[in-house]
Design a protein around this ligand. Structure first.
Ligand code: NAD
Length: 369
């Protein structure tokens, strides 16, 4: 990285904060990418980075991604992210997270955190002892709890929007879906699909997770982790790992739609989105269709309400439809169309905020009336 400031300017980051505390061993970087729409929200990732430059690159990339994700999801939130440099298996403790929480509090609400890879609800409860600006708290403490069912709901409605777009019929009855990974989100997705009467092929490397879905739901059949790519199906739903649409797998797909919860599904965004399109496979952009968990957790900011969260997650159907329309009208990949939708919303809201909307009357100190 040549110059940190140049790097920030290039991708539009507003602020980066380095936090260090010798006593607890805290080494954290908080990145606030864009706050046009509201406070920057994004999880805290704990990871053993190769070096500090790798940690900085990751937090800059992830915080920018959150700006797009929140904007496309219709949330009044900006994009942020934080990384804790360290081993999440051996270096976690109350003092570390409380020390970190104080830095977040010091930002006065510009950044709101949540759990992410390497951090847990327990860790966030420690963070919460020192700051108001944390979401993803357990239901017992008035929070939104496990985000996975909401992520799955978003993937389910987004898949229906994609099916409607390609065939005029959104019903899953009689359709075939291949779900890769039946962990937290995949389990709930299979539940929706089975309930609607879809035939579901599943793969996982964890046999307990496979047994759970085959014993609980009808019409579920297990295939091997390799077979899942080539099962003839309407929808391939990646719910395990990133980069599963790559040079090797794309050849094998026999689906009409790729729609799942995994992040960074395309190994190479430009190349593989173009290749899917060439093969007539519709790609539902990952960061849009998997935003249900984010929408649910963000609902804590208004005082958590399950009904409101569900309604907002169901709106992913409309958002996916809008993206597909932009993609067709403007002749661009669905991923570029999603970015366009997000950027337009940010630009429009920025312009709206230029309008003077009145200010509270203030009394000058010392005046009698
Ligand atoms: P999880 O760890 O609970 O489930 C992942 C499942 O995939 C596990 O059962 C695992 O055994 C399985 N798996 C791993 N390697 C596999 C392989 N090669 N083939 C088949 N299965 C394999 O995770 P999750 O919370 O369900 O999340 C799944 C994905 O979605 C992750 O990439 C996550 O980042 C992303 N995501 C999750 C949420 C959420 O709300 N949990 C939100 C947005 C994005």
């Amino acid at each position: 990285m040549a110059s940190i400031f140049e790097e920030l300017e290039k991708k539009g980051h507003e602020q980066v904060i380095f936090c260090a505390d010798e006593v607890t061993g805290l080494r954290a970087i908080i990145a606030v990418h864009d706050t046009t729409l509201g406070p920057a929200l994004g999880g805290t990732r704990m990871w053993r980075y190769e070096d500090e430059a790798a940690a900085l690159r990751d937090v800059l990339r992830l915080s920018r991604g959150m700006t797009y994700k929140s904007a496309a999801a219709g949330l009044n939130l900006g994009g942020g992210k934080a990384v804790l440099i360290g081993d999440s298996k051996t270096q976690k403790n109350e003092m570390l997270f409380r020390a970190y929480g104080r830095y977040i509090q010091g930002l006065g609400g510009r950044y709101i955190t949540a759990e992410d890879v390497g951090t847990s609800v327990q860790d966030m409860e420690w963070v919460r002892m020192e700051t108001d600006y944390v979401v993803g708290i357990s239901r017992a403490l008035g929070g939104s709890g496990d985000p996975s069912p909401y992520t799955a709901l978003g993937v389910y409605v987004g898949t229906k929007a994609a099916l409607k777009w390609i065939s005029g019929n959104e019903s899953l009855a009689g359709r075939t879906v291949a779900v890769q990974g039946v962990g937290h989100v995949g389990y709930h997705l299979v539940k929706h699909l089975a309930k609607d009467g879809a035939k579901v092929f599943v793969s996982d490397i964890d046999s307990d997770n496979l047994t759970r879905v085959t014993s609980e739901f009808r019409g579920v059949e297990v295939v091997s982790p390799e077979q899942i790519y080539s099962v003839p199906c309407d929808v391939f739903a990646p719910c395990a790992l990133g980069a599963v649409v790559n040079d090797d797998t794309i050849e094998r797909f026999r689906c009409s739609v790729v729609a799942g919860c995994a992040n960074n599904v395309l190994a190479d965004e430009d190349k593989h989105s173009a290749e899917l399109e060439r093969r007539g496979i519709l790609y539902a952009p990952d960061y849009v269709i998997n935003a249900g968990g984010l929408i649910n957790v963000a609902s804590e900011l208004q005082g958590y309400n399950n009904e409101r969260a569900v309604a907002q997650v169901q709106n992913i159907y409309t958002i996916i439809s809008q993206i597909l329309q932009i993609s067709r009208d403007e002749n661009m990949s669905t991923l570029k169309a999603a970015n366009r939708l997000a950027e337009r919303r940010i630009d429009a809201i920025a312009r709206i905020k230029d309008t003077f909307a009145g200010a509270p009357l203030t009394r000058r100190p010392g005046s009698s009336s």
